[in-house]
Design a protein around this ligand. Structure first.
Ligand code: DI6
Ligand code: FE
Length: 398
């Protein structure tokens, strides 16, 4: 299939814009991209109405499988109670754990699909989903199974992360070491053996797990051949990003409190900095991530919704791109790179996120003239069509 009458943001070295372009798709892959005047001919040619084609979007950090609701905590926070106060009082993540444990796979799947559908309606073709609201053996496996199953219900690639080290489960309140043992000796080997997760994540923070505990989790992941990533430096600077970098982590996420040392460590290890402006917005944080330092050190920057019931009930990657610009000072070009090529890289996926020969033909066609139009509005969805593995799965191209 040859797509014509479109402009293409290839995302190769920035927007990589080609006006009056053509894209040849063959067997689910991009076979050729360039100016229409130089395009090979193809019997199956589709004129795309002058629209803009980009890679399908990649949301590289979500917690979209969960039970229950935390709207009451939003109300509490707005009366001055902090996110950390709520967590210490047994709410926060622990409250979602109770709800997630009590729901069936069918219930969790139904609510997750509703959330996922919001992302897909905006051109997302790959999504990462974490466990971490089960914390016991059965519920963590249930969450990972539900996450994986979503790809059988919808045209999307799901990448899963095991986040056992998200919070200390109540039954281990008096024995942190025993919970770490469960994670490191039982869960990670099991998950690796059964192929249930593609990576291991942890929450390294005063209200969650210490640097030493995170090191133990990463050690187990490494021993079992799983790559790592980390919720790091969200509310304070514990040096988590540096630790993650020393394990060759795929990404360090949040990183508002990342210091220069941490930036240098990410640069040296090729770890992607994942910014999550939704959580920053909802928690009304003041500390900005070190965007200028990340740029200067050429650390690849990705952005993600962090879709979760507590700190980021954000169901829109386009809105997140806008927030990354308005709140963090990214350019719209950086925001689009952050939701495509760099997000794919944060998941260790080199076969998507840009439009180039050999790449997976996961593409989004937008009713906009310029790529800068994508991060500009809020609450407006210019998605026209989505192609996955070379087939139209949403809308129509013409
Ligand atoms: N950081 C986050 O942004 C989410 N988890 C984490 O470690 C929030 C989790 C929640 O509040 O439910
Ligand atoms: Fe998160």
């Amino acid at each position: 299939m040859l797509l014509t009458h479109l402009s293409v943001a290839t995302l190769q070295g920035g927007y990589g814009l080609i006006a009056d372009a053509a894209v040849l798709i063959d067997q689910g892959r991009i076979a050729w991209v360039g100016p229409r005047a130089e395009a090979p001919s193809d019997r199956d040619t589709v004129a795309c109405g002058g629209r803009l084609l980009t890679p399908g979007l990649v949301d590289c950090h979500t917690h979209l499988v969960y039970g229950g609701s935390r709207a009451h905590e939003f109300e509490q926070r707005l009366t001055g109670v902090s996110y950390a106060d709520i967590a210490r009082a047994g709410g926060g993540i622990a409250s979602t754990v109770r709800a997630t444990r009590s729901e069936t796979e069918a219930q969790l799947t139904a609510s997750a699909l509703r959330r996922l559908d919001c992302l897909l309606a905006e051109g997302v073709t790959t999504v990462e989903i974490k466990s971490g609201y089960g914390l016991d053996h059965d519920t963590e496996l249930k969450m990972l199974a539900v996450a994986r199953s979503l790809a059988r219900h919808r045209p999307v690639d799901v990448v899963t992360s095991y986040l056992g080290a998200h919070a200390l489960p109540p039954e281990f309140r008096d024995d942190r070491a025993a919970y770490l043992d469960l994670i490191c000796r039982e869960m990670i080997p099991l998950i690796a053996r059964e192929g249930l997760a593609d990576a291991v994540d942890a929450f390294c923070e005063g209200i969650a797990f210490s640097l030493e505990e995170t090191r133990a989790v990463f050690g187990a992941a490494q021993d079992n051949g799983l790559p790592v990533k980390l919720h790091a430096e969200q509310l304070s600077n514990l040096g988590g990003a540096k630790l993650a970098a020393s394990f060759g982590a795929l990404s360090a996420d949040h990183i508002e409190y990342l210091d220069q040392d941490g930036v240098a460590a990410l640069a040296a290890s090729g770890t992607v900095a994942v910014l999550l402006p939704g959580a920053f917005y909802y928690l009304r944080e003041k500390q900005l991530p070190p965007v200028a330092a990340l740029r200067k050190a050429s650390v690849p920057i990705a952005i993600a919704t962090d879709l979760n019931p507590g700190s980021s009930p954000v169901h829109s990657l386009l809105t997140t791109m806008n927030m990354a610009c308005v709140l963090f000072g990214l350019t719209p070009e950086e925001a689009l790179m952050g939701a495509t090529v760099n997000a794919a890289r944060a998941l260790g996926l080199r076969d998507r996120g840009s439009v180039a020969p050999g790449m997976k033909a996961d593409l989004a066609l937008w009713d906009v003239e310029r790529p800068g139009d994508l991060a500009y509005p809020m609450g407006f969805n210019p998605m026209h069509a989505v192609i996955r593995n070379g087939s139209v799965v949403r809308g129509s191209l013409s």
